[in-house]
Design a protein around this ligand. Structure first.
Ligand code: MN
Ligand code: MN
Length: 378
């Protein structure tokens, strides 16, 4: 449809709606290229927050305004570094270990806890409000990506144990925890965030005074799972179905071969947050009112696709592109362009595009999901 015809239709529809709306629609026609905001943030290029035992860089709605539903953090722990005991009041935490080995201990209601060791490729999930801590187990730096199911979440100055105890009267702490008030007076007065500690022993079980095992595990070995394979790449996915504790987040590792395309699709009920572990890719975002935006992503960038917006990812580099993707729902849902078209009667698809039935017949009769560099043409 030409631009003029399109405006005519919008105007006619508005005229039916009547009154002020019609006047407004004619006076201010919908612009063909209304702006979509940026959906890319160069997270790893930021300085972030650095403390003695490690560092953190975050992408929240403040840095990437479109990302209202999810936030992310890239965290590194030095050998012996630890993300101190803390909790998040407003968000669940999902994580993927990129490099190194770490140990977490999480506590929920009813004194139920779990201590787990994580290798590269493993995932954790801590429900909203559950207390936790992370230690580097190895001699190398550990690197992991954290995702939170609230775009307004900030990792900096969350509910940390040093902040809490440092601001509580020592006389109160003496009653609660058994040391003398003078000893509590020497505790850190300000949040340490990531202090430097000792590399933990192979197992800490003997030093834990309580261990009442949580019924659902908080660890899922994502990269140890067999992938879904396609001609142009593969995907590993973990939803609540595979990982029952993960009620509010689904995670994905998507590998695209050079030139491959994660096909046009949308997610009807979830927002999508992305982190480019390595590689280069182009993403196209499609919004209502004919809005389009294309942006280029490379290693260390974060991205965001709002719920219901159309999008695709194309590997533009000469090497494999690996992308971490998280959704703010434990139930994974997607609608792909190839299945949408293949599921409609041939006649309506042909008439919709003003093409011949035989051309519709040449389109895929199955879900493409990832198309190889050479495309799906038969
Ligand atoms: Mn946390
Ligand atoms: Mn998607």
């Amino acid at each position: 449809m030409s631009d003029i015809n399109r405006r005519d239709m919008i105007g006619a529809a508005a005229a039916v709606a009547g009154g002020i709306l019609a006047t407004r629609a004619w006076a201010e026609p919908v612009e063909k290229h209304e702006e979509l905001p940026t959906f890319r943030y160069a997270m790893e290029q930021q300085k972030g927050r650095i403390t003695e035992g490690g560092s953190a860089k975050e992408a929240t709605v403040k840095q990437l305004p479109i990302s209202t539903g999810l936030a992310g953090v890239s965290m590194r722990l030095k050998p012996g570094g630890l993300r101190e005991l803390h909790w998040h009041a407003n968000a669940a935490e999902w994580a993927f270990v990129v490099k190194g080995r770490v140990r977490t201990t999480v506590i929920g209601p009813d004194s139920l806890s779990e201590t787990n060791d994580f290798d590269p490729g493993d995932v954790w999930y801590f429900p909203k409000g559950h207390g936790h801590a992370v230690q580097n187990l190895g001699k190398e730096e550990a690197h992991f990506i954290l995702v939170f199911d609230d775009g307004g979440f900030s990792e900096y100055r969350t509910f940390s144990i040093t902040d809490w105890l440092g601001g509580t009267p020592p006389s109160v702490l003496e009653k609660n925890l058994g040391l003398r008030a003078a000893e509590f007076a020497r505790f850190p007065k300000d949040e340490l965030f990531i202090p430097q500690g000792r590399t933990p022993p192979p197992t800490d079980a003997a030093t834990q005074k309580m261990q009442k095992m949580a019924p659902l595990t908080h660890r899922f070995p994502l990269m140890a799972q067999p992938p879904m394979r396609f001609a142009g790449g593969e995907e590993r996915r973990v939803s609540q179905k595979e990982f029952p504790v993960s009620r509010t987040v689904t995670g994905v590792i998507l590998d695209l071969e050079p030139g491959a395309l994660r096909e046009l699709h949308w997610h009807p009920h979830a927002n999508e947050w992305l982190y480019f572990i390595h590689g280069n890719a182009r993403m196209g975002l499609f919004g209502s009112h004919g809005r389009h935006r294309i942006e280029e992503f490379s290693t260390g960038d974060a991205g965001y696709i709002p719920q219901g917006f159309g999008h695709y990812i194309e590997n533009t580099g000469s090497t494999k592109c690996r992308i971490l993707i998280a959704f703010d729902s434990g139930d994974y849902q997607e609608i792909s362009l190839s299945t949408w078209l293949a599921s409609n009667p041939t006649g309506i698809v042909a008439d919709n595009f003003k093409i011949a039935d035989v051309q519709v017949g040449q389109m895929p009769d199955h879900r493409v999901f990832v198309a190889p560099k050479e495309g799906v043409r038969k």
